[in-house]
Design a protein around this ligand. Structure first.
Ligand code: SF4
Length: 319
């Protein structure tokens, strides 16, 4: 049974930053955070990164406890790589619409309809989908990994159709796409983006490949969150319109305080470009997760072992 809420009679300490640092030392814990986490969590993390960087950190950490400030599939990946370590997720409900768009039973049937295909799955999927895959990829390495597969080998790409289409364009390969998508990256409005660019003609548009083709075709640079961050540092422009979850802007602004970063506008005037799953984690929940050593990620060993192989292939092919 997971403890998801702190005992109601106990108040969290006033200085959560100091309390978390103390717990980190006591537990020999490392805090890994995705760029889409709220600024306070990014500021206390030992490592902030995108999915590839986070899985590489999870694979190499010496810490006994991994506190994963991200969504469920990310913490699950850390557990797949570290069966002996305790992996904590501040809020177990922090899921992912993209991972949810690929149910394992349906995907197994889809795979059976395409005999002879290998399966390359984006890391944003459940452990069960990873276990049905041959190679895992991230948005950082998807193009490079597909380029390493012999041209005559047919490939199923899952679960993100937008990233899949982007990989097809970049590699000239014909991939069989699972039709999944991310609710956040499909929310950007092409019309509003063009309007914003008219107001800031000097700005460069940076976009994540999970965005729809209509948005990507206006981008000056397309890449993973880490690639977008790095690009905005080496570009000679001062202003950037950023088409991905706006959590990354905290790092961009921290590293480049003299530059201007404008979030790309969503379709409605809602904050729906913020990932509701990522934002379930808070500094307070992070504290309680460490204090209670729960919620903890656990996995059946056969699933873990089957999911490990395609991740290890990715890590080996990414060097
Ligand atoms: S931004 Fe999209 S892909 Fe990333 S965790 Fe949120 S729902 Fe999933």
């Amino acid at each position: 049974m997971f403890i998801t809420a702190p005992p109601s009679t106990i108040q969290p300490p006033l200085d959560l930053f100091a309390a978390i640092q103390d717990l980190k030392r006591d537990l020999n814990a490392v805090i890994l955070a995705h760029y889409y986490q709220e600024p306070d969590i990014q500021d206390i993390a030992d490592y902030i990164g995108d999915s590839l960087g986070l899985s590489q950190q999870a694979a190499s950490t010496e810490a006994e406890v991994i506190v994963f400030a991200g969504v469920h599939f990310m913490a699950e990946t850390a557990k797949i790589l570290n069966p002996q370590k305790q992996v904590l997720l501040p809020d177990l409900a922090a899921g992912c619409s993209l991972a949810d768009s690929c149910p394992p039973a349906e995907f197994a049937a889809f795979k059976a309809e395409h005999p002879g295909h290998i399966v390359i799955s984006y890391i944003n999927c459940s452990a069960e989908i990873k276990a049905l895959s041959d190679i895992i990829c991230t948005s950082s390495n998807a193009v490079k990994l597909v380029q390493q597969i012999p041209p005559q080998q047919p490939i199923i790409f899952a679960p993100d159709r937008n990233l899949g289409r982007y990989v097809m364009e970049q590699t000239g390969r014909d991939l069989v796409l699972w039709q999944g998508s991310c609710m956040v990256h499909e929310t950007f409005s092409e019309r509003k983006l063009v309007g914003l660019k008219t107001l800031h003609p000097e700005a460069e548009i940076l976009a994540h490949p999970e965005c729809e083709t209509a948005v990507l075709r206006h981008a000056d640079f397309i890449g993973s969150t880490t690639a977008l961050l790095n690009y905005s540092g080496r570009s000679d422009r001062q202003t950037f319109i950023v088409a991905t979850e706006p959590g990354i802007i905290h790092q961009m602004q921290k590293q480049m305080p003299d530059r201007t970063f404008i979030p790309a506008p969503p379709l409605n005037n809602c904050p729906c470009n913020e990932c509701p799953h990522m934002r379930l984690n808070t500094l307070e929940k992070l504290y309680w997760a460490m204090k209670n050593r729960a919620p903890e990620i656990t996995l059946p060993e056969p699933t873990r072992l089957a999911a490990l192989q395609p991740i290890q292939r990715m890590l080996a092919m990414s060097h």
